[in-house]
Design a protein around this ligand. Sequence first.
Ligand SMILES: [Fe+2]
Ligand SMILES: [Fe+2]
Length: 444
Amino acid sequence: MNAPESEISTSAAPLPILLVDDERNVLASLRRLLIEEESMEILVADSGKEGLRILDERPEVGVIVSDQRMPEMSGVEFLSKARQQVPDTLRILLTGYADLEATVDAINRGGAYRYIAKPWDDHELVTTLREAVAHVSLQRENLRLQALVNRKNEELRQWNTRLKSRVLEQTAEIRKKNEELRKTNRRLKSNYRDTIAVLSGLLEIRSAHLRNHARRVASLCMRTAEIMELPEPEREDLQVAALLHDVGAIGTPDPLIRRQLEELGGEDLHNYLQHAIRGQTAIDTIEDLRTAGILIRHHHEHYDGGGYPDGLRGADIPLGSRIIAMADFIERHQSRFSRQGIDFVLELLQEQLGTRFDTSIYPFVEQSARDEYAPVVNSDGLKPRSLLPSRLRMGMILDEDLASNTGLLLLARGTVIDETAIAAIHRLNEIDPLRREISVLASE
Ligand SMILES: [Fe+2]
Ligand SMILES: [Fe+2]
């Protein structure tokens, strides 16, 4: 890389030049010749030894001009020592025409840049020295620039490393924050679900008749939604609505709540059906539950427009409400006619397809009902029985979901009673004794 001349002249101070000769008058005339040269600082020595001493003191010397013929130490000898001491100097030998051997030596041993024959031509000597000074200055400037580039590169590398580690730190920070957000979100979601479950459980505490009703309706609805491949937001609304569809019945008088919907008529039926509107009203203040509230309002509409409360017809009834209506019918009849089995219940429902229920979604609901109420596996030789919780024994199979009085699911239908199950039931009995009988499949 060659730096422009201007850059060198601005950055360089005069370059020290060392003249070595044992003849003082030669030194004097050389000094006179070069005194005008602003780019040079002239140093003189009258012997090789003195020359080396000066080089020791002033290692920044850029050009050395030495006479060959000197006592004690020849020019070649001196230049070769100087070369070892300050390798980045330019060395020039002053020698007689005939001294070819010294010239060759000077180049080979002394690493001489030039030789100048004595007697010299002033102009040629000045020109040669100027070139040498420019050459050394250029070389040193190149080195300086190279060092500068290296330093900048190193700074850049360090900066890059710091930047990388900063980015990594920030990425880690963002990841941590994301993870915290995810946790908070999960907690909020789980709190939300718990709250819905508690609300749903309130009604079941109120009436044994409705025990597990909402949860099983929700389960049927979720199976149906899955088979129908409904989008996630719709499923969430459907689940909440199914869990809370009868929550408005908390205010319904006892005699009404204990009877089946199909047994009611006239004023009683009208009063009972109010729960659909009350249910919607109860949760309407919670913005996130408003869509579910609409599904709750319409869960007693009939497909032919003869239902409650708005007499909506066909596809005007929200899809979720149509699903809940069928799931509700199936669940109530299944718990009432559990001995007859799911086929019996589905036959009852089919009688009302097209009038009360939507024929188009029936196949999905039917499939989910068959899955939900499929006979418990491995029940060979076992008979259905109803037992108090304290009489449950190992090997029996639960024929219904076992929930606490507060509606908390303890063991799912189909669970084989083992030590863990018995321990769990005992623990529950201590906190919240189950006084009703449980349907199981048992060997005797
Ligand atoms: Fe209802
Ligand atoms: Fe219901």
